[in-house]
Design a protein around this ligand. Structure first.
Ligand code: ATP
Length: 236
């Protein structure tokens, strides 16, 4: 049984059908990329997995069918943590306070310090800026903070929505190194990206989503060589 299995997933916003029957699987330890153009349905897919939107079809995580009584907060407690598009950090709170907010799903009274240490080890820049307000950080640092905050919930499956968005190439390279490090720590990753080149370089496998449907899938290196993908997503 796959770690995450999505079967015939359909979801709509009013009359707009955003997902039209998605099937995908993620194995433990993998980085799986979901690539596709603007509006293809990538964010909607993550929103459904996180339990923040109604859908039909079945999402099974670690042997349990999500939805029904397994609501969004329970899904976080089970280890499925989303890093939203645009980071959504608390700009008025310090880096440290932002990280502590990420531990809300942990049992009450549990000491967050070991988790904070772990985040600082992965993102030394956050330790240097620990007392600065989130809003004063650079875009790359804010992305690190968003990932660090997610780490505080002790994810087993991390859902990353467009981590490269709005960042300079050199910063993007740092962030993707961090993503590989998180994966090496044993965290399974679903990575949504418009930057298909980078996503396919980083992931083990990938799915291409177009207009709410999966049109191609396979090992990332194979997809990176695929003529159709090269034309549509990799600039020829
Ligand atoms: P992007 O990278 O722009 O976020 P995406 O691939 O993540 O693109 P989604 O955001 O999942 O795509 O959007 C899928 C479809 O659903 C699009 O047609 C979009 O316009 C529509 N949609 C998304 N959010 C809403 C919403 N809150 N209300 C109405 N329609 C929406």
């Amino acid at each position: 049984m796959s770690f995450l299995k999505v079967e015939n997933l359909r979801a709509s916003y009013g009359n707009i059908q955003a997902l039209k029957g998605i099937d995908l699987e993620v194995e433990k330890g993998e980085i799986v990329a979901i690539v596709g153009a603007n509006g293809a349905g990538k964010t909607t897919l993550l929103t459904c997995i996180s339990g923040l939107m109604g859908y039909t079809g079945t999402i099974t995580y670690d042997g349990q069918v999500l939805g029904g009584k397994i609501t969004a907060d329970k899904i976080v407690k089970m280890g499925v943590v989303q890093v939203p598009e645009g980071r959504q950090i608390f700009s008025e709170l310090s880096v440290l306070e932002n990280l502590k907010m990420g531990a809300y799903s942990r049992p009450k009274g549990e000491d967050p310090r070991p988790d904070i240490e772990r985040v600082f080890k992965l993102f030394p820049r956050l330790e240097e800026r620990m007392h600065q307000k989130g809003g004063s950080l650079s875009g790359g640092e804010q992305q690190m903070l968003a990932m660090g905050r997610a780490m505080m919930a002790r994810p087993r499956l991390l859902l990353l929505d467009e981590p490269s968005m709005g960042l300079a190439p050199v910063v993007v390279a740092d962030i993707f190194r961090n993503i590989r490090e998180l994966n090496e720590e044993g965290i399974t990753i679903v990575l949504i990206e418009q930057n298909a080149k980078l996503a396919l370089k980083t992931a083990n496998r990938a799915y291409v989503i177009e207009n709410g449907e999966i049109t191609l899938s396979g090992p990332a290196d194979e997809l990176a060589r695929n003529e159709q993908i090269r034309k549509a997503y990799l600039g020829g």
